[in-house]
Design a protein around this ligand. Structure first.
Ligand SMILES: Cc1cc2nc3c(=O)[nH]c(=O)nc-3n(C[C@H](O)[C@H](O)[C@H](O)COP(=O)(O)OP(=O)(O)OC[C@H]3O[C@@H](n4cnc5c(N)ncnc54)[C@H](O)[C@@H]3O)c2cc1C
Length: 463
């Protein structure tokens, strides 16, 4: 008999899992949003806001409606937690399948990735001042939002999801569409509502099986990102830095970042160089640039109506990043993507919806400042001019939209999921999406979420 699998959430993870499991199981998908339309839920921010642009949405395809599909792995050697490092190592063998499902056409992804990283590292080696090496973010040129296979029984605009249990097992899931209530039997339930959505569902499962849910939602981590300076490279270095900035590889483009580790060894950041025309280093301009680069649709059109659009650096950004046209010159913006660990930041919910209590801690800010000083010293040797804002406050940084860590994973008594991503308190419920990413170095999380989705699908098929 085929297994009844209920997947909740049709975003990056949920869609990949549905499309994989439908080959062997009877799959029902419950998605809160519309099939072909997205909405942005209201968020009550207690401390820092994520960003000026929308960093996630509700609807079929989830945040793949907004994302840029940049594919890069999280390296196990950049992860300090032994348990998560093991999982990342295991997930490595699923990366090619995940990349293929995420519109990567030069298969296999991993050999192309290794080739290009090795080529860029030998260029970095010739420059000779990057002790932690470089890494590459690969962007397939053609992609769209993810769609669910037609064999999946998919229900959209679903609300009021609840779980019916028998001891430590979920037997069925109830839900409403409009005012009508429905129920579906479940052998296995997979929660994939994203780092901001799954904790609510986990709380409901724990309540159904009579367990405490106090820690659920704590540990929210993101990538604080910001344009933090400008550099004018020396003439003989510029050819290499141009390749780091943007390399056209036919079906994909490659952006190379410098890896930079903190003194304590626990944190690592990625430093990208984006073409610019002036050495002006002003926060309002950077905020506008980020708004233009990360927004989409009507939001992007609205942001075009600003005098800042005529600033030479913005013109350079539009030509280089949005249209992929190479900009001459030796001046670059310095874009830094910092790592954040799971800490006290958290999400919760009340009757009005989602509450996000996110901040960059004092300790993290101090580590980031030290890393920036190290970066400035490093670049001084190979540049004619370098300006880096080393005394930043958290205004300079915003969310890179890689919401992670709201579900704890590990062997401690109060950890929520185990190494198979199964809820410790329940025999047949798994969580797979950004919420289970415990550490993420500087790496965009999509490819790892995809690899974990492939790994979980295999685990569920095996039984
Ligand atoms: C502008 C932008 C650019 C990005 N660029 C990149 C990039 O280049 N590379 C990269 O790796 N990542 C990128 N990301 C991040 C990436 O999109 C996310 O990390 C990824 O989509 C997260 O996948 P997920 O499955 O965890 O969640 P999501 O894709 O957000 O899916 C969650 C799904 O659950 C649904 N849902 C929520 N609550 C419920 C509920 N209660 N019941 C039922 N359904 C529910 C939602 O509607 C949604 O469909 C970008 C993000 C943004 C915003």
């Amino acid at each position: 008999m085929e297994k009844n699998v209920v997947v909740i959430g049709a975003g990056l993870a949920g869609t990949l899992i549905c499309n994989e499991l439908v080959k062997n199981s009877d799959v029902t998908l419950l998605e809160a949003g519309d099939k072909n339309d997205i909405k942005y839920p209201e968020i009550n921010f207690i401390q820092k806001r994520f960003a000026a642009v929308k960093t996630f949405c509700i609807g079929g395809g989830g945040t793949t409606n907004l994302w840029h599909n940049g594919l890069i792995p999280i390296h196990a050697h950049d992860v300090t937690s032994k348990e998560f490092s093991k999982i990342i190592t295991e997930a490595k063998s699923y990366i090619d399948r995940a990349a293929c499902n995420l519109y990567w056409v030069d298969n296999p992804y991993s050999s192309e990735y290794e080739n290009i990283v090795s080529r860029m590292n030998s260029i970095a080696g010739e420059i000779g001042i990057f002790p932690d090496g470089v890494d590459c973010l690969l962007y397939p040129k053609k992609y769209k939002k993810l769609d669910v296979d037609t064999g999946v029984r998919a229900f959209y605009s679903v609300s009021d999801i609840e779980f019916v249990s028998n001891y430590k097992q979920i037997m069925s899931v109830t839900y409403c569409i409009g005012s009508k209530k429905f129920s579906v039997d479940a052998d296995v339930v997979i929660l994939s509502a994203g780092a901001l959505g799954s904790p609510l569902l986990v709380k409901k499962v724990l309540s159904a099986v009579g367990c405490s849910s106090e820690k659920v939602g704590t540990g929210l981590a993101d990538h604080p990102i910001g344009f933090l300076g400008k550099v004018k490279f020396k003439k003989h270095i510029n050819k290499s830095m141009k390749q780091f900035s943007l390399l056209d590889r036919g079906n994909y483009t490659c952006e190379t970042c410098i890896r930079l580790r903190s003194e304590c060894g626990k944190y690592i950041c990625g430093v990208f160089f984006r073409p610019a025309l002036t050495m002006e280093n002003k926060l309002p301009l950077y905020k506008y640039k980020s708004l233009l680069g990360a927004s989409s649709g009507m939001d992007r059109i609205r942001s075009i109506f600003s005098l800042k659009i005529f600033h030479p650096d913005i013109v350079a950004e539009i030509f280089s990043h949005l249209f992929g046209i190479s900009i001459p010159g030796r001046i670059y913006n310095i874009l830094v993507i910092f790592e954040q660990k799971r800490g006290k930041s958290r999400i919760s919910y009340d009757s009005d919806g989602l509450i996000v209590d996110w901040c960059i801690s004092k300790e993290e800010l101090s580590i980031y400042k030290d890393m920036l000083k190290k970066l400035k010293d490093m670049l001084t040797d190979i540049s004619d001019d370098v300006i880096i804002e080393t005394d930043i406050n958290d205004e300079w940084l915003w969310s890179a939209a890689h919401h992670s860590g709201t579900i704890s994973l590990g062997k401690a008594v109060d950890d929520l999921v185990d190494k198979d991503l199964k809820l410790n308190s329940c025999d047949n419920v798994f969580v797979c999406d950004g919420s289970v990413i415990q550490e993420h170095s500087y790496a965009n999380t999509g490819l790892t979420i995809g690899a974990l989705s492939m790994r979980l699908s295999e685990r569920v098929c095996r039984g």
